[in-house]
Design a protein around this ligand. Structure first.
Ligand SMILES: NC(=O)c1ccc[n+]([C@@H]2O[C@H](COP(=O)([O-])OP(=O)(O)OC[C@H]3O[C@@H](n4cnc5c(N)ncnc54)[C@H](OP(=O)(O)O)[C@@H]3O)[C@@H](O)[C@H]2O)c1
Length: 257
């Protein structure tokens, strides 16, 4: 991606859940593109905070600025505080990637109602609360602004054993299109990325047999990597996509067409 100018130099962009996995890949690509990046972590494990700080150091090695922010996206006050911190540190907010998410998978008959609440509060409510907190500063951006929501192929095609996760990801699509319509007149664009199966801790939880079987079902014959998702996300954040809003960009190796 080094020869292409995304037009993101110096732009302040918050990526939730970016201490690892897909979010980390997006944060790295943004830093290489010259953006100022907010790296968030939830603190779910003892390594979670350390990973965020180590990543910020790595990102600053590309010449830009990066800050680590602890935020539970299910908590409205913490979302507001994260956005305030970005505005204070970087003088405004141009971009938001609602990437934080969890998968709690179980067959429907065994699914616990508490797990529905937990998953929805992070995957769907979290993206809404973070967007709500970000909208005012983003509307002040003179050259427009961009939100990208991380949906999933299973939100589009469904998956046995993932009814709740799929519902949260399908919900993000409806939210994306509604916010896109509500804020288009303010030059604030809202789009979604729907990754297929990507090689991260989330999919490493699958058995090797399940991964092999899955790869065979993907027309391009393999899981994707975080750089594949970062490339699409940077496009939607970039002014290169200035005429694109309310869309879902599928990056899935052809798994769902
Ligand atoms: N991997 C895939 O194949 C795939 C496919 C389609 C869509 N997706 C979506 O892509 C996104 C990233 O997936 P991933 O595979 O990179 O996930 P991951 O490796 O499991 O990372 C999840 C991230 O979300 C953060 N997080 C979890 N709960 C949070 C909370 N309450 N508040 C704030 N942050 C929280 C985690 O922070 P801590 O480290 O502090 O816990 C971590 O940074 C998710 O939305 C996922 O649903 C993934």
């Amino acid at each position: 991606m080094s020869n292409l100018s995304w037009g993101l130099e110096g732009k302040s962009i918050l990526v939730t859940g970016s201490n690892r996995g897909i979010g980390k890949g997006i944060a790295e690509s943004l830093a290489k593109a010259g953006a100022s990046v907010g790296v968030t972590y939830s603190g779910s494990s003892p390594e979670s905070e350390a990973k965020a700080h180590a990543l910020c150091k790595e990102l600053e090695g590309y010449g830009g600025r990066a800050i680590a922010i602890a935020v539970n996206v299910a908590d409205e006050d913490q979302c507001k505080a994260a956005v305030d911190r970005m505005v204070k540190e970087f003088g405004g907010l141009y971009g938001l990637v609602n990437n934080a998410g969890v998968a709690i998978d179980q067959l429907t008959l065994r699914y616990k109602a508490d797990d529905w609440d937990k998953l929805m509060s992070i995957n769907l409510k979290g993206a809404f609360l973070m967007s709500k907190a970000a909208l005012r500063p983003m509307m002040k951006q003179e050259q427009g602004a961009s939100i990208v929501n991380m949906s999933s192929v299973v939100g589009l095609m469904g998956n046995a054993g993932q009814a709740v996760y799929a519902a949260s990801k399908a919900g993000l699509v409806g939210m994306t299109k509604s916010l896109a319509r509500e804020f288009a007149s303010r030059q604030l664009r809202v789009n979604a990325v729907a990754p297929g199966f990507i090689d991260t801790e989330m999919t490493q939880a699958m058995t090797p047999e399940a991964r092999t079987k899955l790869s065979a079902e993907i027309p391009l014959q393999s899981l994707g990597n975080v750089e594949d998702i970062a490339a699409g996300t940077l496009y939607l954040l970039s002014p290169l996509s200035r005429y694109v809003t309310g869309q879902v960009l599928s990056i899935n190796g052809g798994l769902y067409m």
